[in-house]
Write a protein that binds this ligand. Structure first.
Ligand code: AMP
Ligand code: ZN
Length: 456
């Protein structure tokens, strides 16, 4: 069974054929960590998390790199505004991003490279581009010469003349061509910087991804992903840098781009000010509800974010959990994901169809007449939930977490009992008590000052 992907490079749906079927390599542009991620930023994280899960069903190894852009002028501005060191901003929002994505059921990528930890690779790649005649130095900057790469514009289907006509008038005077872009720029004062052959400075955004992808995944990769807004200039520039530095005709063989998450029919973006952060949504909604909404549209289509969609997703999940609570065969382990769901996901990740199939399974379970059928359907629902990254809780935990009146006394008592059991080395009982807390949706953490708890 094959996987079909829509490739932005060819503008066609194609059968996915990896370079090495034993090891598929995929790179996705991650967040710039200067603020909380909005729910639009979460769309690629959730979508490519699911792509990775689907690919893992087909290939023995999928290496998935999603970077952290922790050197960027937006981070510098945020640090200056808040009067804190730059690392305080980037570390705070890296942590927040990882916590938010975990709440959305996004598994950690295989590799999460940070730009600041790759300066030698970035500098070496820029040196290589100067050697090959694709980059030049001007007024303490190093620029990529777009005219040196005849295929420039191929990914985004932009014509060089068109770009020239569209270029702004205030092009930096040291650029040979208005489309030339920065690989390295000088840093002064408080700005972060590194020593380089071109003086103290910092890299441009595009070269960071090219250098990190090459280091961790190789010169030519199978899949490169991100949101549609990255096709130009970011991905076009990544292609130019990587192909020229490595003497290859391709950087990624398949380019996958998610459509925009919109609010009131406009792209959610910080510059438009119509954002809602994952952090604030999680105060009101379980992460599974947010993930369900994000999966409710096929990933290349626009997705409108609204209260109604959230309520609908919560209702659907409630119904799925009720069905499992009332009809699932007891202690049934996870089974096989049914072919209809696999086929839908293999077809360019058609999540609306996969979710419709899952809801059909739940209806069939509610109407099942015998234990054998109940067992089969329960196993199928559990396995499908695992693949899609939903239905991760027990029905009891799901419904108890929705209640705001947490029984703190009971939780404290269970924790005290567990600590007593641990003291008496009765680890089986301690584990049972921990499980009971987990079922209530309570997460406990053992620290030097004792055990703390929070509701999931
Ligand atoms: P940024 O931190 O702005 O570089 O964005 C991180 C990721 O989120 C990139 O892959 C963007 O393409 C993606 N992204 C940003 N805004 C949206 C949106 N409204 N809908 C879908 N994806 C988005
Ligand atoms: Zn990138």
């Amino acid at each position: 069974m094959s996987v079909a992907v829509y490739n932005t490079l060819t503008r066609k749906k194609e059968t996915f054929v990896p370079i090495n079927p034993d090891r598929v390599v995929m790179y996705v542009c991650g967040p710039t960590v200067y603020n909380y991620a909005h729910i639009g930023n979460a769309r690629p994280a959730v979508i490519f998390d699911l792509w990775r899960r689907v690919l893992e069903r087909h290939y023995p190894e999928v290496v998935y790199a999603r970077n952290i852009t922790d050197v960027d002028d937006k981070i510098n501005t945020a640090a200056a505004q808040q009067q804190v060191p730059i690392s305080v901003i980037s570390e705070r929002f890296t942590r927040a991003y990882l916590e938010d994505m975990a709440a959305l059921g996004v598994n950690p990528p295989t590799i999460a490279p940070k730009a600041t930890e790759h300066m030698p690779e970035i500098i070496a790649m820029i040196e290589q581009l100067i050697t090959t005649g694709n980059a030049y130095q001007a007024e303490q900057h190093v620029l990529f010469s777009v005219e040196s790469f005849p295929a420039y514009g191929q990914l985004s289907r932009r014509d060089m003349r068109e770009m020239l006509a569209g270029a702004r008038v205030d092009v930096a005077p040291y650029k040979r061509h208005p489309g030339d872009f920065v690989l390295w720029k000088p840093s002064t004062g408080e700005l972060p910087g590194w020593d380089s052959p071109w003086g103290y400075g910092r890299p441009g955004w595009h070269i960071e991804c090219s250098a990190m992808a090459a280091k961790h995944l190789g010169k030519v990769i199978d899949i490169h992903g991100g949101g549609q807004d990255l096709v130009f200039p970011h991905h076009e520039n990544e292609v130019a840098q990587s192909c020229c530095a490595h003497g290859e005709t391709h950087f990624a063989r398949y380019w996958l781009h998610n459509g925009f998450l919109q609010m009131d029919s406009r792209k959610m973006s910080k510059s438009l000010g119509n954002v809602v952060t994952v952090h604030e949504l999680l105060q009101t909604w379980p992460g599974e509800v947010l993930r369900y909404v994000l999966l409710s549209a096929q990933y290349r289509q626009p997705l409108d974010w609204c209260e109604q969609a959230l309520q609908q997703a919560r209702k659907t999940l409630d119904r799925l959990y009720v069905t499992l609570r009332d009809h699932a065969a007891e202690n049934t382990p996870s089974g096989e994901v049914p072919a209809a769901i696999i086929d839908a996901l293999n077809d360019d990740l058609c999540t609306p169809k996969a979710l419709a199939e899952l809801n059909t399974l739940a209806k069939q379970l509610a109407n099942a007449q015998d234990d054998q059928r109940r067992q089969l359907l329960t196993g199928q629902i559990k396995a499908s939930g695992e693949l899609l990254g939903i239905l991760k809780q027990s029905p009891a935990a799901w419904f108890s977490a929705q209640k705001s009146d947490v029984d703190a006394d009971k939780i404290d008592q269970l924790i005290a009992d567990r600590n007593a059991a641990r003291g008496a080395k009765d680890f089986a009982r301690a584990d049972r008590l921990r499980d009971a807390l987990t079922d209530m949706g309570v997460i406990i953490e053992d620290g030097p000052t004792g055990t703390t708890w929070r509701v999931e």
